[in-house]
Design a protein around this ligand. Structure first.
Ligand SMILES: [Zn+2]
Length: 422
């Protein structure tokens, strides 16, 4: 038995070791097992896995006229599309006796629910371990972390200019304002990149309110002194022909969490191209009401679709949301809302298509701004779609249970150029 399985495995060239079967599901007379150690992940969210169906009562095989009790299946699963391509099948009379083998063309077909492929796809396409769940959390924090690094570089540069000393030395200087407000905070080497958990607590009300952000931590300085801050009241824009944003979105799995400041969906498949530059979609989070105003008007909510280019530049697409019909995209996210802060939900059977969330008309306002949360890093390309999408009263109320108002006040434009597609 070992030899034949090894033979199968070697022939396929896709799995390296002899299978060690682990139970995936079992019902009376039938169980489904997976060779977890042999799972092979490929690019583009594809997974090749060897699984088997083991039944108590023999099944007749019409092809050979014999019977089998074990059916092994080597399959390539496309996690994003929920497709499966069977590559090879081995039918066994018993653990030790093969009835027949069949090489398959590997045609990619949609997975029907309740089938062996459905159960295996669910297993192999979701984060398997605490480490992988952590990886999702890390990905959610990655953009913020990168921006903190960029922000620190800016602060260093400014201080270096002011003191005429090398940036690395002055990076450790704590400003008097910061010392006054954070007396107990120990100095740390500047190489340490802090995560949300360690930074001074910021919020939308009380001591941590937006007007105090710049005092909470020296790295939040730009929140107070920056002249390219977001959000803004979008007005006096110049009307020109803008190149359309090219959206390369599709149906993808997602993870969702309450990051302590908003509900955030981590979606790492998809990109936009604008003025010749491609930015990868990173995640979508929400504000209620909208942070940005258009000619003085706020909207019921806004979604920020955060993108990052290979060289670390950020582009945020803002989709304004207005009370109306139920929004299916939002409903899929809300259906999977986590029960606790920082708990990551990666639903195995739900996917979303950000394309379906976009308004029909895609003309937009654009200006250079910042993150609207500490450290308020500047250099962010803002693309605010002009046409709002609908969201139901109930869906707004659900968000309100998490965040009733997570909006930074509008910031002075300081004569910034705002373009508007005509
Ligand atoms: Zn935002």
């Amino acid at each position: 038995m070992r030899l034949s399985i090894i033979g199968l495995v070697l022939l396929s060239g896709l799995v390296q070791a002899a299978p060690t079967w682990q139970l995936v599901s079992s019902e009376p007379g039938k169980r489904i097992e997976l060779d977890r150690a042999g799972i092979k992940r490929e690019e583009g969210n594809k997974v090749v896995a060897l699984a088997r169906l083991v039944v108590e009562k023999e099944i007749s095989d019409t092809t050979s006229g014999g019977t089998y009790r074990i059916m092994e299946s080597l399959t390539r699963y496309e996690c994003v599309q929920r497709n499966a391509a069977n590559l090879k099948r081995v039918y066994r009379k018993s653990e030790t006796e093969i009835l027949r083998e069949e090489e398959l063309k590997g045609e990619s077909l949609p997975v029907r629910s309740g089938t062996l492929d459905d159960k295996i796809l669910r297993e192999v396409c979701r984060p398997q371990t605490a480490a992988e769940t952590q990886a999702v959390l890390d990905r959610a924090n990655e953009a913020a972390t990168q921006l903190k690094v960029a922000n620190q570089a800016l602060i260093d540069k400014e201080k270096a200019k002011a003191t005429k000393k090398p940036a690395t030395k002055v990076a450790k200087v704590v400003t008097p304002v910061a010392r006054k407000h954070a007396p107990a905070k120990p100095k740390k080497p500047e190489a340490v990149v802090e995560t949300h958990q360690h930074t001074a607590h910021w919020s939308y009300s009380g001591e941590g309110a937006p007007e105090n952000w710049h005092k909470l931590d020296p790295r939040f300085k730009l929140c107070g002194s920056g002249q390219r801050q977001s959000p803004i009241d979008i007005q006096d824009s110049i009307r020109v022909d803008l190149e359309p944003i090219q959206f390369n979105y599709r149906m993808v799995p997602f993870s969702i969490l309450d990051n302590g400041h908003s509900i955030e969906a981590v979606i790492s498949n998809g990109s936009i191209t604008v003025t010749g530059k491609t930015y990868d979609l990173f995640g979508i989070h929400f504000h209620r009401p909208s942070e940005e105003k258009i000619n003085g008007k706020r909207f019921d909510m806004v979604a920020h679709l955060v993108h990052k280019s290979d060289d670390g530049r950020l582009a945020v697409v803002a989709v304004l949301m207005e009370k109306g019909m139920e929004n299916r995209f939002i409903q899929t996210l809300w259906n999977n809302l986590p029960l606790e802060k920082k708990m990551v939900v990666s639903p195995p059977n739900a996917q979303v298509d950000p394309m379906a969330f976009l308004p029909v008309r895609r003309d937009y306002y654009t200006y250079m701004g910042s993150l609207t949360t500490p450290p308020c890093t500047e250099g962010v390309l803002w693309l605010v779609l002009k046409q709002p999408v609908a969201v139901s009263q109930e869906q707004i109320e659900i968000f309100s249970r998490f965040y009733i108002d997570n909006t930074r006040p509008v910031q002075p434009a300081y004569g910034r150029i705002i373009k508007e597609g005509r």
